[in-house]
Ligand binder design. Structure first.
Ligand code: GLN
Length: 391
């Protein structure tokens, strides 16, 4: 067996969802919406399963979807992508990330990553033979500073695995930080792989800035998107990879031996969905923003220190002011989350699970992509926490 995978624990999302089921808890842990997703997009998929072609679609993706991805990013992000040479469809963003690492690094190459990091990143980098260099982001601002980047980058940096908007922090990195990162990539001659799956889940009038639009990055960046996140149907696993032709040639070789292709009916429905009118995307954002505000207000009213969330399905609370005393043993946030789910019936995710070293252990993540009634039920249950001598 491969020791890296054989020794991996079950993911924190799976663990917390199982605990939520066992304790009949409100599950604000794993990030998925209550809502079943847009009916017209689901109907397109159903229709395509019944009446359409269910054999292998082209390896690079259905041509109509590749064209729809290029058109969508032209309209929304001002990108100029050739659907034939610069867009590929994968079975979800996780496949795209795994494929990018397999295709773009050689064993021993240094890879820069940002903590807190999405749980799949580090094992995939290590399995591909990469040597991780971690940039540590800390609350409440989670900023990408010149000093932190300077410590992680070296002339041996070959790839950077970045995520914006950022899960779990809910940060949206703006132009200044992105250009700073781009300068470091150019200086080290590194490829920037950017997981932008939350690009449409941004709030307060923000606009997504893709790394492909940054000066000097068009030829050295890989942009990864996800229909599952855009349409709030996380089980669909339809991802998009966009990169200049030279990079795409290598990326497509990894994809052809990982999954080769992605269910055609879903590709057909996603092509339809990406062309939906602007208003649909904006009202979906507005709905999620209302949910964010509802949960934030509820948590603040019962004494939690809520950190800002500019994007994603997530907001974080910093426990430090509420429960200043360390518990000893398990990381503080993990112990807190376990008690929350077992005694108070609410599941959340401890953010220390997203650190490989020097974990911040006072922050916990809640998913707000839920019905008002679900959020209200969670807040009601959590009210008891602030009245309990907890630690
Ligand atoms: N992206 C989801 C989250 O952050 C989890 C996906 C998974 O369970 N692997 O909650």
């Amino acid at each position: 067996m491969n020791s890296l995978f054989a020794s991996q624990p079950t993911t924190v999302f799976e663990t917390m969802s199982a605990l939520a089921r066992a304790h009949d808890a409100v599950n604000l842990g794993q990030g998925f919406p209550d809502d079943p997703g847009p009916l017209d997009v689901r109907e397109k998929a159903a229709e395509a399963v019944l009446n359409g072609w269910n054999q292998y679609p082209p390896m690079m993706g259905a041509p109509e979807l590749r064209r729809a991805v290029a058109a969508h990013y032209r309209d929304w992000q001002g990108l100029d992508l050739d659907p034939e040479a610069e867009v590929m469809i994968t079975s979800g963003a996780t496949e795209a990330i795994a494929g990018a690492l397999l295709a773009l690094i050689e064993p021993g190459d240094e890879v820069v990553l940002f903590q807190p990091l999405y749980d799949a990143y580090l094992p995939l980098v290590l399995r591909a033979g990469g040597v991780p260099r971690l940039v540590r982001l800390v609350p409440p601002h989670w900023s990408l500073t010149e000093e932190a980047l300077a410590q992680a980058f070296s002339p041996r940096t070959r790839l950077v695995l970045f995520n914006n908007p950022h899960n779990p922090t809910g940060r949206v990195f703006g132009r200044e930080e992105l250009e700073r990162l781009a300068r470091f990539c150019t200086r080290s001659d590194a490829v920037l792989v950017s997981d932008e799956v939350w690009e449409h889940v941004i709030f307060d009038g923000r606009e997504h800035l893709s790394v492909l639009a940054l000066p000097g990055m068009r030829e050295r960046a890989v942009k990864i998107g996800s229909a599952g996140k855009i349409f709030g149907m996380t089980g669909w696993k339809v991802g998009f990879v966009c990169a200049a032709p030279a990079l795409m040639r290598a990326l497509s070789k990894a994809h052809q031996f990982l999954t080769f292709t992605t269910p055609p009916a879903l590709q057909h429905a996603v092509a339809y969905g990406l062309a939906k009118e602007r208003g649909w995307f904006l009202s979906t954002r507005a709905g999620l923003q209302r949910s964010r505000d509802r949960l934030a207000a509820g948590l603040a009213s019962i004494g939690f220190n809520v950190l800002p969330s500019a994007g994603t399905y997530f907001l974080n609370v910093d426990l430090a002011p509420l429960h200043p005393a360390p518990r000893g043993g398990d990381p503080r946030d993990e112990a807190f989350c376990r008690t929350l789910v077992e005694r108070f019936g609410v599941a959340a995710i401890p953010v220390s699970a997203f650190y490989a070293e020097e974990a911040v252990d006072t922050v916990i993540r809640f998913c707000f992509a839920k019905a008002d009634s679900t959020l209200d039920r969670a807040v009601e249950r959590l009210e008891a926490v602030s009245r309990t001598a907890f630690v």
